[in-house]
Ligand binder design. Structure first.
Ligand SMILES: *Cc1c(COP(=O)(O)O)cnc(C)c1O
Length: 224
């Protein structure tokens, strides 16, 4: 039996070929919310280094039990009373959706650490979720984030409304991809398009994702 990690990595490589993407241009983030340290360590031993967590308390309980060269990404909703610990414990935050949160992360990022990498979460399926910035607010938020010295703006993230139809999925991702290109055309130097999860990673790769965040396809179904 092929381990889920190696089989997922070969799926990613074949989707890159299928959609004429540069080889190895899509990175894999293992979304490890609700997974034990043991399961995370198993993937680590198979070579995975990038893990994403949604819940601060859960994440900082697991971190000391795991190797310290793991690159931790915060991918969940951010409450303002959690920003200090997030800024102290993570290398990346994917879910920045206001200047208020960005400023707190900047001010609370310890000066002895490299700047915190951030993605701005874009609200693409307005009916589904209230998280993420509206498209018309994106450019000004991106410009403000560039002024914050303890943050490095890396790109955009999105979580579209679930759909089982490939073309519907692609439509949402295409819209975010277009926003990404338009920021780059405005001279904003970003390299990361964080989109795609277990059920829509093919559509995301087709539309230019550079980082897919995969949970269930790697770990199996989460316990409720
Ligand atoms: C849980 C989660 C994922 C992974 O979802 P799966 O469907 O398990 O692959 C990705 N991104 C975010 C923001 C998540 O909360």
């Amino acid at each position: 039996m092929t381990a889920p990690l190696s089989s997922l990595l070969s799926t990613i490589r074949s989707l890159e070929t299928k959609y004429h993407r540069t080889p190895n241009s899509v990175k894999l983030l293992a979304a490890s919310k609700a997974q034990s340290s043991e399961k995370i360590l198993t993937l680590y031993q198979e070579g995975q280094r990038v893990f994403g967590e949604n819940y601060l308390q859960e994440a900082i309980a697991k971190m000391p039990e795991l190797p310290n060269d793991i690159e931790w990404h915060f991918i969940g909703p951010i409450q303002s009373n959690k920003t200090r610990k997030i800024a102290e414990h993570f290398s990346w935050v994917h879910s920045v959706s206001s200047l208020y949160i960005a400023k707190r992360l900047n001010d609370q990022r310890p000066l002895n650490l490299a700047p915190l990498n951030i993605c701005i979460e874009v609200n693409i399926s307005e009916e589904n979720t209230k998280s993420g910035v509206m498209q018309n607010e994106l450019l000004s938020l991106a410009k403000e984030c560039l002024l914050l010295p303890q943050l490095t703006l890396r790109g955009l993230m999105c979580i579209p409304a679930p759909s089982t139809d490939l073309l519907t999925q692609r439509k949402s991702f295409h819209a975010v991809s277009a926003l990404f290109e338009s920021l780059r055309n405005d001279g904003i130097n970003i390299d990361t398009l964080s989109m795609g999860m277990s059920d829509d990673l093919e559509a995301a790769i087709a539309e230019g994702s550079t980082m897919i965040r995969v949970g269930r396809a790697l770990f199996g179904e989460r316990k409720k």
